[in-house]
Design a protein around this ligand. Structure first.
Ligand code: AHR
Length: 514
């Protein structure tokens, strides 16, 4: 009898269009209780001398028919300025611990050619070096983040690189810089002391690296008004011992410690294809990407023991999806396409970083152009903006805004015998008092009807933008570059207590509430 009554009630509610009488999906935002700022540097990028990221991606040379400014592609610069790229990490990656910066200065025709042993064994002619990188950062109006060589370089070499770039006076290195055409020093804030020193950066133990870090960092000096923000080479994913050892030994000598975690759908021997995957693989990708939250929580709690005042930041300066390379491309070039799945991954990770912004102050997606989870793909003079690029466009609204405390109750996205929360969300308030809410509907089938309570504000209007597509594996190709992009979103309405949102399946939405 009870069952019949329940079915009748549901049928009646449905016929009246009341499908949401016990809304499963709810959020409460306390808009007057924000404390922490979401650093814009969480939206940073990483570009290595790897495959076609630097060469072909940014650098085409001054004589190229591709429109450029001093050898750097104009279309790429404009696209990255449009997402207000805040910082750029360079020259690696694994390449950083093999890079000797003096090979990349002076007249280009005299620079030595070397083999890029890590990435495809191709010739590196060093035509893109320190001056070109810092010119690129000036064109992009972003902060450079330079990663120095600990694995195969000397303390002297790293110390001189800092002097060459930032010293404003008479010294052998500043004179050399002037000889090479740059009179005034550059300002460089972010300085990495090695990369993945547990692996390609020298296969060190945690305690050996901690000692090396202290030694190298000592000689990275602050010249004039330049203040280095030193970033130690941190753990691989869940290597908590590395974090513990480093913090115990060197927390007082660093401003941040890096963390590397890649989302690999299957396993390292067969990572899965970027474009040919089924829903089960999508589900697994999202499960794996959600691990970022646990990693940040657990590493932060170790850091709290040594640095309760949170002076040392956690910097996930390499993250993103990593698939098998596209068929018939150089396996050492790590070139992969980028679908709606990647957009969902990007949005989730950025929401996670926002949530941890009391500790996470800088993060860098790997890698900006033509490598791994790229925001831009190029082929000759052609350029394509990927679904991940459009997430960065939407999320500009969170840059340097105040994180708003949020409580979410989410329905489930279920597949076979597994389930996860269907919704992922983050909210912030900008300097002008506008509230921005980034919402992700992970479920590729169901619209999520959400009731949002907004406490501490009296909203007058809501507008929004949406990134969505009908298929998980939709992507932007050179032939069809506009398959996935941003559109106006009209599925949010203000009501007495806040807002109702009908969030379409497989979508990323940014709402603006005034
Ligand atoms: O991003 C590709 C590579 O991944 C980087 O060079 C290295 O740091 C990491 O293992």
């Amino acid at each position: 009898m009870k069952k019949v009554l329940f079915s009748f009630t549901v049928a009646l509610a449905t016929s009246l269009g009341i499908t949401d009488c016990h809304a499963q999906n709810k959020f409460i935002i306390n808009a007057d209780q924000g404390k922490e700022m979401i650093s814009k540097h969480i939206y940073g990028h990483f570009s290595e001398h790897l495959g076609r990221c630097i060469y072909g991606g940014y650098w085409v040379g001054e004589d190229s028919p591709i429109p450029n400014t001093r050898g750097i592609r104009n279309d790429v610069v404009q696209a990255l300025r449009d997402i207000r790229i805040p910082n750029l990490r360079w020259p690696g990656g694994c390449f950083a611990d093999e890079y000797h910066w003096k090979d990349g200065i002076g007249p280009r025709n005299l620079r030595p050619k070397m083999v890029n042993t890590h990435w495809g064994g191709v010739v590196e002619d060093n035509s893109f070096g320190t001056h070109e990188f810092l010119d690129l950062c000036e064109q992009l109006d972003c902060e450079p983040y330079i990663c120095g060589n600990v694995g195969s370089g000397t303390v002297e070499e790293m110390s001189k690189w800092v002097e060459y770039i930032t010293f404003d006076g008479e010294s052998p290195m500043s004179n050399l810089r002037k000889q090479n055409g740059r009179e005034k020093p550059w300002k460089v804030k972010f300085w990495g002391v090695g990369n993945e020193n547990w692996g390609c950066g020298g296969n060190m133990t945690a305690s050996f690296y901690a000692d090396q870090y202290r030694r190298y960092a000592t000689y990275c000096r602050n010249y004039g008004e330049n203040r280095l923000y030193k970033i130690a080479g941190g753990p691989n994913a869940g290597d908590y011992n590395w974090m513990e050892t480093l913090m115990k030994s060197a927390a007082g000598q660093m401003q941040a410690v890096s963390l590397h975690y890649y989302t690999v759908p299957k396993d390292w021997s067969d990572k899965g294809s970027a474009t040919r995957f089924d829903e089960a693989e999508y589900f697994q990708t999202i499960q794996k990407t959600l691990l970022m939250d646990e990693l940040l929580t657990r590493h932060s709690s170790i850091m709290d023991n040594y640095d309760p005042a949170k002076k040392v930041a956690l910097a996930p300066d390499e993250w993103g999806t990593w698939y098998n390379v596209e068929p018939e491309t150089n396996p050492g070039f790590l070139y992969q396409q980028n679908t709606m799945r990647d957009a969902i991954v990007a949005a989730i990770n950025l929401n996670i970083f926002n949530a941890h912004c009391d500790r996470v102050k800088i993060a860098n997606i790997a890698q900006t152009i033509n490598v791994l989870q790229a925001v831009i793909l190029t082929e000759g003079e052609r350029m394509v903006l990927t679904p991940t690029y459009w997430v960065y466009r939407l999320y500009k609204a969170h840059h340097d805004a105040t994180l708003l405390p949020l409580h979410l109750t989410s329905g489930k996205y279920e597949l076979n015998d597994k389930s996860m929360s269907a919704i992922n969300v983050s909210a912030s308030m900008d300097a002008s008092g506008k509230v921005h809410i980034s919402l992700v509907n992970i479920d590729p089938h169901k619209t999520q009807n959400i009731e949002g309570e907004l406490r501490g504000v009296a909203p007058k209007s809501v507008s929004g933008e949406i990134l969505t597509s009908s298929k998980l594996d939709d992507y932007n190709s050179f032939e069809r570059p506009n398959t996935v992009g941003i559109k106006k979103f009209t599925g949010a309405k203000l009501n007495k207590s806040g807002i109702s949102v009908a969030l379409p399946p497989l979508s990323v939405v940014m709402l603006e509430i005034e």
